[in-house]
Design a protein around this ligand. Structure first.
Ligand SMILES: [Zn+2]
Length: 309
């Protein structure tokens, strides 16, 4: 089966400013890494803009319009201290969410076994009524709800190995037993949520890791906490919030993972998807702020998605 790569030039034009870590150079690093010959058989597709109806399964319509109206005609507009809009940010955010929706549709249609969405702005901090943490719309949650509402899936899971807790995804999922969210993240760290005691209606699994935790603690937590719960949930689709900022080189946090950990985690998720979800995996880029580590880690991740196909 094919693996799809969704992206769009608009995602390179969202520019929160010269000193902001969530820079266009991040996506350029990911796309450059995926230009290597081994990725030639990735099927590249242009991400469409998400429809308002798809975004509205996660965010109130007045919030969507408020975000798009906040986009400045020139210069920058701050939503909060971290989350800054430039003139192309609205289009980028619509393409980022649209990438995940299109990837879900293509994988559900059997056009591919898996897909990776190389997009920005990221999404997992965006709560239903609040943009924050570099995120405008919650791309992965919008994709999960698309899978459930448009394709009739009964159980959809998101696994998030970004170094930060996906508070936005958890906020949307936590009272809905047909959705499952699991996260490994450094704790304490921004945004402050993600304690192990946050379990939703039994559908949330948080694995907080202390600063300086590395491969062993990450894999133990993933194996002992997340994989058994995910196996019991029996997802019909596995979505991945693929942030690579738990890498040891990353400047925003203090976990000590490397590319081999992303290979390992992706292999485990692919195997689980094969058992329960017909192999259906849709992954989307979240964080990752050391450009070399980000490119190499995204390549390691996509390499496994392709080998599963
Ligand atoms: Zn992050």
């Amino acid at each position: 089966m094919t693996t799809l790569l969704y992206t769009h030039p608009a995602c390179l034009e969202h520019d929160p400013g010269p000193y902001h870590p969530e820079s266009p150079a991040r996506l350029r690093a990911v796309l450059a890494a995926l230009e290597a010959p081994e990725f030639a058989r990735l099927e590249r597709r242009e991400a469409p803009e998400a429809a308002r109806d798809d975004i509205a399964r996660v965010h109130p319509r007045r919030f969507i319009e408020r975000m798009l109206a906040a986009v400045p005609a020139s210069g920058h507009a701050g939503i909060d201290a971290d989350t800054v809009l430039s003139p192309q940010s609205g289009r980028a955010a619509l393409r980022a969410a649209g990438a995940v929706v299109a990837a879900i549709d293509a994988v559900m249609a059997g056009e591919a076994g898996s897909a990776f969405c190389a997009v920005r702005p990221p999404g997992h901090h965006a709560e239903p009524g609040r943009a924050m943490g570099f995120c405008l719309f919650n791309n992965v949650a919008i994709g999960a709800l698309r899978a459930r509402e448009a394709h009739g899936l009964a159980r959809v899971a998101v696994v998030d190995f970004d170094v930060h807790h996906g508070n936005g995804t958890q906020a949307r999922f936590c009272d809905d037993a047909s959705l499952f969210y699991a996260s490994t993240h450094q704790f304490p760290l921004y945004p402050g949520t993600g304690a192990a005691s946050e379990t939703g209606v039994g559908n949330i699994v948080n694995v907080p890791l202390p600063p300086m935790a590395g491969s062993r603690q990450f894999r133990l937590g993933f194996s002992r906490e997340i994989l058994p719960a995910l196996d019991a949930f029996r997802p019909e689709m596995v979505l991945i919030s693929a942030g690579f900022d738990a890498h040891r080189s990353d400047p925003l946090a203090q976990l000590l993972l490397d590319e081999s950990d992303y290979t390992w985690a992706t292999e485990e998720l692919v195997a689980l998807a094969r058992n329960h979800a017909g192999g259906r995996v849709v992954s989307t880029l979240e964080g990752g702020y050391d450009l070399a580590a980000l490119g190499a880690s995204a390549a390691a991740h996509v390499r496994v998605l392709m080998s599963a196909g």
